[in-house]
Design a protein. Sequence first.
Length: 232
Amino acid sequence: MKSEELIRLISESKKKSPIKVFLQCKRNIEFVNCKSFGNEMKILIGDYESIMPQIRQVENEIDEIFIEQSAQHSALELSDLSKFNARIEPGAIIRTEVKIANHAIIMMGAVINIGAEIGENTMIDMNAVIGARAIIKRDCHIGAGAVIAGVIEPPSAQSTIIEESVLVGANAVVLEGIHVGKNSVIAAGSVVVNDVEENTVVAGIPARFIKFKDKKTNDKTQLIESLRNLTK
């Protein structure tokens, strides 16, 4: 998606503050414009602005109440995970309008923002952050805690692109608009502020060329196919 499309989607969306409310009531009370389960013991699911005025009107009829709020004035929903033919572990946060290709792996705590694209067989490791509109192609490994910066504003800014078969080490940062060439390696903890040529290894803050990728590096960065098997 282009920045202009994302900006329009966010700015025009109805902002929501989703809550779950657990109630112990003196009697069965009917609530509207939300999902309601139970009678005297009741669970309400919906938007804060819809549910809370109703609760205030009957607060004398409520013995116990607990409110669980997951967001405040949120512009976008999370993705429906069932549409992805990928392994997505608990705790991953994936916003709407994200594309995840077959047999990708999204590990615990990973965050993938709106408009990002994850290629086939690519692993997004624990607590990695993939920014808006970032493009990560097939057979990549984005290490734990790494940040691939995204771009929504300014609208003219280019997407961050990670070409195929790239390894980004743990806690590395790739700044917005950077292009990382295929088969390259970004060492752990590096901060990439310039484009990276293909088949190279870069490291440091800022990241600099270390060497061309060799057999030893290939052996250390090999992907394990069995991890991408979704049936066993």
